[in-house]
Design a protein around this ligand. Structure first.
Ligand code: ADP
Ligand code: MG
Length: 559
């Protein structure tokens, strides 16, 4: 009994497949990169699981990936002897997209190929990219450690349905056969396939093999390795080209785009490890999703240990992608052990320094690139001062804000820029928080600052209240809300202004108690203010009170 069944793709998969095939067509050769990337991941997983259960290797220890084609049958085959999949694995992994934000993502697709290609790239297509060039894909697999009778065959033409059945499969691992569409015969070519492999997959640390050809160009029984097959991060920096770094990034980050920057370091001394860390160009779709994957792959002595090692990066740097390879950790390390591990802590703080240093260099030397970074990830980095007290000064130098200096919504003013423009006698960095940029820019609290020519930072991201609660000074200058407590602009006031203020205060002396009486319990105090120039009155919070915006947020959250 093979339990052959036909199932429908999750609606989202069908939609994605349809759109993807058109949008990515001009880049169709990437299907091979994606399938090799999966094969490599599968071998990594097997090697890791076999650390605690040697039997999974089934006596066949050499992990490899094979690529072959058949001109007659018009197929291209990608085969690995990695971890494989059970029937449930297949149904779950290939046929559904279990990612939050999928619907929003699909809603953003426009039919404009170039725009969509970017979006789809950000989302990641992986296995489904096979359907760019194939009109039928058959995947046959067996999970390592299960009997030959637990093989599974999955097949689909990519239009809406797939079949799964149980088959006999003595070999462990996965084989993907692409039945090429009419007109895609260019991939039935030895040279073409080798070229794609060396271009996109040279860095894969396992041998990728193709049949050896004889002098007439006919395939022999022998296989030969096509790629360099050494882990990229273990090679000396000077020998790695930008293209190689970029290709490796796409594999580890499951991203289609080039990274913005990277830092590659071999650390020796008390702890020995290598890190290769990347800053992506764009925020992934699920940047704000709490359950999303983290970005760092952990290796121990070249052996893959785990994806998403969240202990290796603090949450405010969760956009960083890459690998860390330690020489000191035990091979049998578990997530639990990672929790409170001195070696991990050391690697983490070293890696944080590298990333912050990379960003600082970028901010200094490539401000436009830094702006791209900031626009994508600034709101995440703003969590830094609260989370990472030790590095808060360095993080503070990396922050960018909108400000009354330009009045524009772009966040491109650093605290150092602000300090450099401070008025004589001014010793405070002023900011205002509001729930959007326009509200901040038009707040009556700004009137007196405008009149005095004092710059005010305009904060309107959700995280900003949290940020300023933890970042109270910068280079000895206090950060202060223009909407809180007493405003002492005395140091920037002229004698004339002071006199005018006193006269005005004298005039309204009678009025204040009457307003106070009328408002009663609703206010704490009614007082004369130096804040306003045009508006007659405004609401001010006492120093310790939460900003109005924060209060509204909590109210919305039902607190
Ligand atoms: P991603 O690689 O980003 O997870 P893919 O669409 O490329 O997304 O693959 C989906 C899932 O299918 C993988 O996460 C993996 O669980 C499974 N998979 C794909 N190819 C293989 C393979 N060759 N061996 C084992 N599992 C695989
Ligand atoms: Mg993949």
């Amino acid at each position: 009994d093979t339990h052959k069944e036909t199932r429908s793709f999750q609606t989202e998969v069908s939609q994605l497949l349809h759109l993807m095939i058109n949008a990515l067509y001009s880049n169709k050769e990437i299907f091979l990169r994606e399938l090799i990337s999966n094969a490599s991941d599968a071998c990594d997983k097997l090697r890791f699981e076999a650390l605690s259960d040697d039997a999974l290797m089934e006596g066949e220890g050499e992990l490899q990936i094979q690529v072959a084609y058949d001109k007659e049958a018009r197929t291209v085959t990608i085969r690995d002897n990695g971890i494989g999949m059970s029937r449930d694995d297949v149904i779950e992994n290939i046929g559904t997209i279990a990612r939050s934000g999928t619907r929003e993502f699909l809603g953003q697709l426009t039919g404009d190929q170039q725009k969509d290609a970017h979006l789809i790239g950000q989302f990641g297509v992986g296995f489904y990219s096979a359907f760019i060039v194939a009109d039928r894909v058959t995947l046959t697999t067996r999970r390592a450690g299960m009997g030959a009778e637990h093989g599974v065959r999955w097949s689909s033409d990519g239009t809406g349905e797939f079949t799964v059945e149980t088959v006999e499969r003595p070999e462990r691992g996965t084989e993907v056969v692409l039945h090429l569409k009419e007109g895609e015969d260019e991939f039935l070519d030895d040279w073409r396939l080798r070229h794609i492999i060396t271009r996109y997959s040279d860095h894969i640390p396992l041998p990728i093999r193709m049949p050896k050809r004889d002098d007439e160009g006919n395939a022999t029984e022998e296989w030969e390795t096509v790629n360099r097959a050494s882990a990229l991060w273990t090679r000396p920096k000077g020998e790695i080209s930008d293209e190689e770094y970029q290709a490796f990034y796409k594999h580890v980050a499951h991203d289609f785009e080039e990274p913005l920057a990277w830092t590659h370091n071999r650390v020796e001394g008390r702890h020995e490890y290598t890190s290769l860390l990347y800053i992506p160009k764009r925020a992934p779709f699920d940047l704000w999703d709490r359950d999303r994957r983290h970005g760092i792959k952990l290796y121990v002595q070249r052996v893959f240990i785990m994806d998403d090692a969240e202990q290796l990066m603090p949450a405010y740097l969760r956009f960083v992608r890459g690998v860390v390879d330690s020489n000191d950790l035990p091979l049998n390390i578990s997530r639990e052990i990672l929790q409170n591990n001195r070696i991990i802590d050391g690697i983490r703080s070293g890696s944080v320094k590298k990333v912050l240093g990379l960003l600082e260099d970028m901010a200094k030397n490539e401000p436009e690139k830094y702006q791209t970074f900031w626009d994508a990830f600034g709101r995440v980095l703003k969590e830094g001062p609260a989370e990472d007290y030790a590095n808060r000064e360095q993080i503070a130098r990396l922050l960018r804000f909108a400000s009354t200096h330009t009045g524009e919504a772009t966040q491109n003013v650093s605290l150092a820029d602000y300090v450099a423009r401070m008025k004589e006698g001014q010793d405070t960095i002023y900011y205002i928080t509001a729930d959007n940029h326009t509200a901040a820019l038009h707040s009556p609290h700004l009137e007196v600052f405008r009149k005095r020519g004092i710059e005010v930072l305009l904060l309107s991201d959700r995280v900003d209240e949290w940020l300023v609660a933890h970042l109270t000074e910068f280079e000895g200058k206090a950060l202060k809300s223009v909407a809180k407590g007493d405003l002492d602009l005395g140091e920037t006031e002229t004698e004339e202004e002071k006199k005018a203020q006193q006269e005005a205060e004298e005039q309204v002396k009678e009025l204040l108690p009457r307003i106070q009486e009328a408002l009663g319990e609703r206010v704490q105090e009614v007082r004369f203010s130096h804040r306003l120039t045009d508006s007659p009155a405004c609401i001010v919070l006492s120093e310790n009170e939460m900003a109005l915006y924060m209060q509204q947020l909590l109210k919305q959250a039902g607190q």
